[in-house]
Design a protein around this ligand. Structure first.
Ligand code: AGP
Length: 611
């Protein structure tokens, strides 16, 4: 997620802004920049990479000013580069803007600015559109707030923006629409930021800006206006957090924060790809019926959690699009001389986009003639750059080593791709497609509700945290989720956990069942439910302690289980989006009980860039 810092007051704006941006580095970013107003002119410095690159670019230049804005960018439109970094300025450098979010109608606004006003664009970003719009309106407006207001009336999307103008130099104007923004109350200085850590060093009194509000900040005043431009009075919020707590927005660990961000991630990844008629926009990726009919096979290749997402991808792509899919771990794929040619579609899944095993497998597939589509979370990463097409998960930066929101947004991409392919090939009906999209769109709300009552999982973890071996079992899609649940538990609690297809138990593994052996049994697949109950009975007969995961409304399973965790009712194919969450939470609370380093588990890295 991008980071925003704005300052106006008695100190040197550059120093305050750079300091504030450094406090936002934890959010993940790929470029940074600053714009300050000096002698009624705007000076701008920005650079791809870390803030140290920006500081080196600024060098010894004091850039002495009392007004400025700064930004750390997490790329969504346009790869990381100097020119795409924020702030963005209009043609005559009289206005500078920083922005967090996405302007959904930026393409049509850009076209209008080019065709009707002869604007020349420098970058690939949606943000630059805002700078030109504000600059245009500034010509006819007396104040920066009027110009910003006029600009926002033309914009659609989710955004937090802050603007400065050469001809209105002692002022910041900000607008919040679905992206966080706060204002900090200083003495002879005032602040704007995307969240609290950026300002904690300077202020403890802040205004929480509500959706749709505009804030006009000068050295001695902060004024908040509603959507009708009526000034509103706002209670001051006294910050009691320390910096560490503030970075996690009050959550104890990044992993827990990211588990709770999943409804938003799923919603953004899905809904931004649906046009007004509910048809999927595949981000400009051209996969025609002929293309799809030409593929003899699809490979989905990834590592770890991303590989587990691929297992679900296989199931839904084969079911909807009727194209054979093979899923492989990247570290094996390229050493087995895979059968790949021009009739192969190779799908790489990677949160970081830098996993060397996955990158190497992708290169091998390309060498053999495959078309490469990647599902990636980090814009402009190596996997993204080396693919023919990229389909981004919009999970936002994932800080915890254990992948959670990246996984559920990867699943969301699998459903979108499978539906798109099935409809294009005519292997699913429009009616099936429409209903499935509707069912998918209900998931963020269902998950939001579910996440309001996680106390039962924490209580179970407190009872079961000292098990030294834990099994995860399931059938069909529940089997794929079992692998992901097992990986979550082992990587953050260091418990020896093991996942196996429930039907496989009797072929050897059931020999390990002892009285009290903990087994998490996923039983969400209606179509396989009776078989799953048989497997649960097999292990119960050997004394296992069975913690089942089932859909709401299935009371019967309580007879077969020691405890049952219920997920909201949904169709079988979509259950993975919900059933993985109690497993994430169970792993989190078990690891917490065991005093483990949850966000940075031993021996692990967030991105494995070695073989
Ligand atoms: C999952 O929790 C782990 N962090 C790990 O398995 C990870 O999914 C794997 O290393 C792949 O990383 P990537 O998605 O960045 O390629």
């Amino acid at each position: 997620m991008c980071g925003i810092v704005g300052y106006v007051g008695k100190d040197n704006a550059k120093d305050v802004i750079i300091d504030g941006l450094k406090k936002l580095e934890y959010r993940g970013y790929d470029s940074a920049g600053i714009a300050v107003v000096i002698d009624k002119k705007i000076q701008i410095k920005k650079h791809v990479g870390g803030i140290e690159n920006l500081e080196n670019l600024i060098g010894d230049d004091p850039l002495y000013s009392h007004t400025g804005i700064g930004h750390t960018r997490w790329a969504t439109h346009g790869a990381p580069s100097d020119v795409n970094a924020h702030p963005h300025i209009n043609g005559d450098s009289s206005v500078a803007v920083v922005h967090n979010g996405i302007i959904e109608n930026y393409a049509e606004l850009k076209e209008e600015l080019i065709n009707e006003h002869g604007v020349v664009f420098r970058s690939e970003t949606d943000t630059e559109v805002i700078a030109h719009l504000v600059g245009l309106f500034m010509k006819d407006c007396d104040s920066l707030e009027d110009a910003v207001y006029m600009a926002t009336q033309k914009m659609r999307g989710a955004y937090a923006i802050v603007a400065v103008a050469a001809k209105d130099p002692d002022k910041l104007v900000a607008v919040r629409k679905d992206a966080p923004l706060i204002a900090g109350l200083g003495k002879g200085s005032n602040f704007i930021a995307s969240d609290i850590p950026a300002l904690l060093k300077y202020v403890k009194e802040i205004y929480l800006i509500e959706n749709g509000e505009m804030v006009v900040v000068t050295p001695d005043s902060i004024k908040i206006f509603d959507e009708n431009r009526q000034e509103v009075k706002r209670e001051v919020f006294h910050v009691t957090w320390d910096v560490d707590a503030a970075e996690k927005e009050g959550y104890e660990h990044f992993m827990l924060k990211e588990i709770f961000e999943q409804p938003k991630g799923i919603s953004e990844t899905l809904n931004r790809r649906l046009d007004e008629n509910g048809r999927i926009k595949l981000d400009g990726i051209s996969l025609t019926k002929d293309d799809l009919d030409n593929f003899s096979k699809i490979y989905i290749v990834a590592c770890g959690t991303a590989y587990h997402a691929g297992l679900v991808g296989k199931a839904v792509i084969e079911k909807f699009a009727k194209i054979p899919v093979e899923v492989d771990v990247a570290s094996e794929f390229r050493y087995r001389d895979p059968l790949v040619d021009e009739k192969t579609l190779f799908i790489a899944i990677s949160q970081s986009g830098e996993t060397l095993d996955t990158l190497a497998a992708l290169r091998e597939a390309k060498r053999k003639g495959a078309r490469v589509l990647s599902v990636v979370n980090v814009v402009g990463s190596s996997v993204a750059r080396e693919s023919d097409d990229v389909f981004y998960t919009w999970a936002g930066p994932e800080i915890a080593v254990a992948s959670t929101k990246a996984y559920t947004t990867q699943l969301t991409c699998m459903y979108i791709i499978a539906l798109y392919m099935g409809l294009a090939r005519g292997t699913i009906t429009q009616e099936f497609y429409d209903q499935f999209i509707k069912d998918l769109q209900e998931i963020p709300g269902k998950l939001e509700e579910y996440l309001k009552k996680t106390g039962e999982i924490e209580a179970l973890a407190k009872i079961l945290y000292n098990k030294e071996q834990v099994f995860f079992i399931g059938r069909g899609l529940d089997s794929s989720i079992s692998y992901e649940g097992s990986l979550k538990l082992k990587e953050i609690s260091y418990i020896n956990s093991f996942a196996i297809a429930a039907g496989e138990l009797k072929h050897g593994t059931i020999a390990l069942m002892e009285p009290g052996t903990l087994v998490l049994a996923l039983a969400t697949q209606d179509a396989l439910y009776e078989k799953m109950i048989s497997n649960i009975q097999e292990i119960k007969a050997r004394g296992a302690h069975v913690l089942s995961v089932a859909k709401e409304g299935n009371q019967a399973i309580e007879m077969q289980s020691n405890e049952v965790i219920y997920i909201p009712y949904c169709r079988d194919e979509i259950a993975p989006l919900l059933s993985v969450v109690p497993l994430q939470l169970f792993s989190y609370y078990v690891a917490k009980e065991r005093g483990c380093n949850i966000d940075k588990p031993k021996n692990l890295a967030k991105s494995v860039t070695v073989e």
